[in-house]
Design a protein around this ligand. Structure first.
Ligand SMILES: Cc1cc2nc3c(=O)[nH]c(=O)nc-3n(C[C@H](O)[C@H](O)[C@H](O)COP(=O)(O)OP(=O)(O)OC[C@H]3O[C@@H](n4cnc5c(N)ncnc54)[C@H](O)[C@@H]3O)c2cc1C
Length: 497
């Protein structure tokens, strides 16, 4: 019987349990399926597929060293499985659990059903420190540690090749060039692939980590001092366990207390990764519904033009525009800047969070649904249990980009503005000659209004009651009670890139 290994957001050969387990049982057929029904969704864009494609090229090369081949298809996964079944008869299917959106989860359930109807075995393995059907959140940390402390699984040295493959699978990866995903590719993003992931981890642990915590909030220098592993983790080019093991080793080897502090700060961020994904795993509706429904009543008017100005970096607020333009160009900004962008569109402008969350997902090369939607809701103040944060991008610019290096790099109109005006160019006497827009809001005034409405809801009986219900709810893939919505929704969720 052949053993099909289905790669999804785990495009690597090292520490890949499905591949290792399949290889113990006989011939292995490694497949990647570009599924139109998944890639047409509002959260995904062409840059993500570009990263996947680069990752697949690397995987294909690594598999060829084992004597095997990667096969790809543009199809729905059940179509590929049906063709394999027709050609080979019964087969085993191996994959990682995908802790993704309700769409990918529903697809995985359909595949389980499809296999079950034919009495074919489908084995899924835990991918991160995220636990499916976690009964109690209190056991999460212990289970995380147990998973991370296990040995790294080396890449198989030899794989038995399956020669006779159905015609809808091809080992020519160029086939995927015909797969159209909305949006344009990016030129300045990180390049996908396990080999690149290993290099990025090594360069971080060799020297880049040394100013990790010092520069973490700085939009410009954090691009170098942060690990920059997020895209590689999001598309599974490296396992979280590898990152944990190597970081702990680096921590043990250093005697420098300052370096220890940087690495310890990094390790705590890594814990957050699985913590947030666990939240989506347990409550997938956070992708589309506010964690606390009482906050669905405050953003009543949809303003498409304001949303577009934010998305394309034309607000007239330098740090906001630089950050959005940086995302369009590179697909990455640091944590604090992401938080500020959500605060600006959802709090300062008081726009509903759903469309902006999709826009940012489309732009982030490291889009990871579990982290993304939890974080957007936290920064938009819709969870009810996190501190409400309303950022002032002018103040933040002055504190974290004092000479405007980041702003100048991405907002060409402001390149020659003197330092003292870089975050408030409208005060500069030559502002009219710059071709840069007037600020679309008075930040101080708009932020005061945002705090007023957010705190009014936070203090309300309804919000408190819902928060209490949330605390009582546990379990995997739970459903949220729907409440009467008062917010006006935008017509579409995705943006043109
Ligand atoms: C609104 C918003 C949306 C976000 N969306 C994503 C997303 O789609 N994908 C994503 O990977 N991160 C997301 N983050 C978290 C964080 O901004 C990124 O993980 C980080 O900037 C990635 O860069 P890095 O790998 O160099 O981070 P490092 O600081 O080097 O961190 C290492 C790893 O730890 C994890 N991590 C770090 N910070 C966080 C955090 N706050 N929450 C959860 N995990 C964290 C990530 O896996 C990251 O790759 C979001 C944050 C905000 C505020």
């Amino acid at each position: 019987m052949i053993n099909v290994v289905w790669f999804k957001r785990d495009i690597r050969i090292t520490d890949h349990q499905p591949l290792v387990e399949a290889s113990k049982l006989g011939p292995v057929l490694p497949i990647y399926v570009a599924e139109p029904s998944i890639w047409k969704e509002a959260d995904l864009s062409s840059r993500h597929f570009q990263f996947v494609w680069e990752s697949l090229l690397d995987l294909s090369e690594n598999l060829s060293k084992t004597g095997s081949k990667l096969f790809v298809a543009i199809a729905e996964v059940e179509e590929v499985l049906a063709a394999i079944y027709e050609k080979h008869g019964p087969f085993r299917l191996f994959a990682h659990e995908e802790n993704g959106t309700p769409i990918t989860f529903a697809r995985d359930l359909r595949v389980h059903e499809w296999m079950k109807e034919r009495s074919l075995p489908f084995t899924e393995f835990q991918h991160f420190g995220v636990v499916r059907k976690l009964k109690s959140r209190n056991t999460f940390q212990e289970k995380w540690e147990d998973f991370m402390s296990r040995n790294i699984l080396p890449a198989p040295k030899k794989l038995e090749l399956v020669r006779d493959v159905p015609s809808n699978l091809s080992s020519d990866l160029h086939l995927l060039r015909d797969f159209v995903v909305k949006g344009r590719p990016i030129l300045q993003g990180q390049r996908g692939g396990e080999s690149n992931a290993i290099q990025v981890l090594n360069s971080f642990l060799d020297y880049r980590f040394q100013s990790y915590n010092v520069h973490i909030s700085k939009p410009y220098s954090s691009a170098e001092s942060c690990s920059r592993l997020s895209s590689y983790l999001a598309w599974g080019n490296i396992s979280m366990r590898t990152v944990v093991h190597q970081t702990r080793q680096a921590l043990e080897q250093t005697t420098n207390s300052f370096h220890k502090k940087q690495l310890t700060a990094f390790i705590s961020r890594i814990h957050w990764h699985c913590h947030f994904i666990q939240r989506l795993e347990s409550d997938p509706e956070i992708m589309t519904k506010p964690i606390n429904a009482a906050y669905d009543t405050i953003r009543t008017k949809w303003d498409e033009e304001a949303c577009q100005r934010w998305f394309y970096g034309k607000t007239g607020i330098p740090l906001v525009d630089a950050a959005m333009r940086c995302l369009h160009e590179t697909g990455w900004v640091n944590f604090r800047t992401r938080a500020m962008l959500v605060s600006f569109v959802c709090n300062t402008l008081l726009l509903d969070w759903r469309r902006p969350s999709m826009g940012l997902a489309q732009l982030f090369l490291d889009y990871e649904p579990g982290i993304h939607f939890s974080q957007v809701q936290m920064q938009a103040g819709t969870t009810g249990f996190n501190t409400i944060r309303v950022y002032n991008p002018i103040k933040m610019g002055k504190n974290h980009d004092p000479n405007g290096a980041f702003v100048r790099r991405f907002v060409k109109e402001l390149v020659d503005v003197p330092d003292e005006y870089i975050h408030e160019p409208w005060l500069y006497e030559e502002f009219d000659t710059l071709g840069y827009p007037e600020p679309m809001v008075d930040i101080v005034e708009a932020n005061r209004r945002a705090r007023d409405v957010l705190y009014r809801v936070k203090r309300s009986e309804e919000a408190r009651e819902i928060s209490k219900e949330q605390l009582d709810k546990h379990g995997s893939r739970m459903r949220r009670e729907s409440r009467k919505k008062k917010t006006e929704k935008p017509e579409q969720l995705s943006f043109d890139l």
